[in-house]
Design a binder for this molecule. Structure first.
Ligand code: SF4
Ligand code: SF4
Length: 74
């Protein structure tokens, strides 16, 4: 099934808390274990972008509002 949405994450503002990862219902986010941002945090990224349903959970949960969700036109 094609992705219904995608997210943009401001990598250098992410503190790697993992709340977005834990609250994504389709498990399409993960913390980048083999890379860090300028502050040394393992930032969040779309590990399985095809699973995104544009539900907004990640953006709502992020304490620093670094995620923007876009809905794809079908
Ligand atoms: S919008 Fe929903 S499905 Fe897409 S990454 Fe965020 S929590 Fe996951
Ligand atoms: S909730 Fe926000 S700060 Fe926390 S890991 Fe996700 S994007 Fe980064």
């Amino acid at each position: 099934m094609p992705a219904k949405g995608y997210v943009e994450i401001l990598v250098d503002t992410c503190k790697g808390c993992g709340l977005c990862v834990a609250n994504c219902p389709t498990q399409c986010l993960a913390l980048k274990q083999d890379d860090t941002n300028v502050y040394g945090y393992h930032y969040s990224y779309m590990s399985e972008p095809e699973k995104c349903i544009a539900c907004m959970n990640c953006a709502v949960m992020c304490p620093d509002s670094v995620i923007t969700v876009y809905k794809k036109k079908s």
